[in-house]
Design a protein around this ligand. Structure first.
Ligand code: PLP
Length: 386
């Protein structure tokens, strides 16, 4: 039985989104192979996926998932703290810890669940969270849930972070310093050596969200390893849903921190464990990431070919944004590329700040150089019209 005032509320909200060109709709999208998708009756060359290494359909990964599903079933059946901790988890967490050079790692249901579980566990009302203004929605969600004082600093500006810490740090018990390792909508790397130094100087705990770093930068080990010297980051969070090609979130940290998380993070304890097939797929994907250097180097190489072809700043990751401003312009440019046979994400608020709507190009190891040249040719008129 529909409730009239409830439906009116929803309809009004949707109309307001439409007026601002912000209403979204779900397009059914079918993967044809690593590069192509079928969407709304058309085959398109996709530059809109986070499956940077094509591991979601790599044979060994799929086989590992099938074998685990046959053996252990399709679901974990309970939280990991009850009976959902099937035997494949240990191997996956050990692999993550080795890759990130930490004592231990904890796997969650998703990256989102990791951030909304870990951040409120480590910071509370007496504490301070200092975070980059462009941090992902789930970092902000975790920070808001924590009840800590949250202060943003200008994107990738360590001097701005230092100013916040100078003004605020002494009034709070603990301090978390949050950043993405590779920014999901900018494609740039965080200045981790400088942020690491600040964390030491101000007694803050540095946490990186490396959703777009794992498998792509730092020889696949992520942003902590993308600089001349590895940066000591005590809390390295990420997802198994992007370059690892599957699903799940993780945090790599010391044994004590991981044990606290297993005991007390709510989104860990009060949510069902991942399906066994998903855990097995992730472990196999990480084994590939740890050993196949050529594969891991390819997404950034393709992104750099694209930026070079268009005379843009050299790509630092697999992500290249082209900021167009108004939401309507980004949507129009996305449609023009679709007409030309390319699928590219048009990103609008609230994902990015108002007035900075953009096209977001994501490159994959599966793209050929020729794909990139063809894309660059189609993007040229958009760039010239800017
Ligand atoms: C995708 C993403 C997440 C969420 O990860 P899921 O595993 O998909 O929930 C978190 N942080 C950033 C920066 C992301 O891009």
């Amino acid at each position: 039985m529909p409730d009239r005032s409830l439906d009116e509320f929803a309809t009004r909200k949707l109309q307001a989104l439409e007026r601002r060109e912000l209403r979204r709709s779900l397009a059914s999208t079918e993967k044809v192979d690593g590069r192509r998708v079928r969407s709304q009756g058309r085959d398109l060359l996709s530059f809109a996926s986070n499956d940077y290494l094509g591991l979601s359909h790599r044979l060994e990964v799929v086989e590992a998932s099938l074998a685990a599903t046959r053996r252990y079933g399709t679901g974990a059946g309970a939280s990991r703290l009850i009976t959902g901790n099937h035997p494949l988890y240990g191997a996956l967490e050990a692999r993550l810890a080795t890759l990130k050079d930490t004592d231990d790692a904890v796997v969650f249901g998703s990256g989102y669940l990791t951030n909304v579980g870990v951040i409120p566990l480590l910071a509370g009302e007496a504490d301070l969270i200092v975070m980059d203004e462009f941090c992902h929605s789930c970092l902000l969600g975790g920070a808001t849930l924590s009840g800590a004082k949250v202060v943003h600093f200008n994107h990738n500006d360590p001097a701005a972070a230092a100013a916040v810490l100078t003004a605020e740090r002494s009034r709070h018990r603990h301090c978390l310093l949050l950043t993405e390792g590779v920014f999901s909508m900018e494609g740039d790397l965080a200045p981790l050596p400088e942020l690491g130094e600040l964390a030491g100087r101000f007694d803050a705990w540095l946490m990186t969200d490396d959703a777009h770093g794992l498998g792509v930068v730092g020889a696949g080990r992520g942003s902590s390893f993308a600089f001349d010297e590895p940066v000591a980051v005590p809390l390295q969070m990420g997802t198994l849903s992007k370059a690892a090609g599957g699903y799940g979130g993780y945090i790599c940290a010391s044994h004590a921190v991981c044990e606290l998380i297993r005991n007390r993070a709510r989104s860990f304890g009060f949510s069902t464990g991942l399906p066994p097939g998903t855990v097995a797929a992730a472990a196999t994907a990480l084994a590939i990431i740890s050993t196949e250097n050529d594969l891991v180097g390819r997404p950034v190489a393709r992104a750099r070919s694209f930026t070079a072809a268009l005379g843009l700043q050299p790509a630092q990751s697999a992500i290249v944004p082209l900021v167009l401003g108004p939401a309507a312009r980004a949507v129009e440019a996305g449609s023009a590329l679709r007409e030309a046979g390319f699928l590219v994400a048009a990103i609008r608020p609230p994902t990015v700040p108002a007035g900075t709507s953009r096209l977001r190009f994501a490159f994959s190891a599966e793209h050929a150089e020729r794909d990139v040249r063809e894309l660059a040719r189609a993007v040229r008129p958009i760039l010239d019209g800017k």
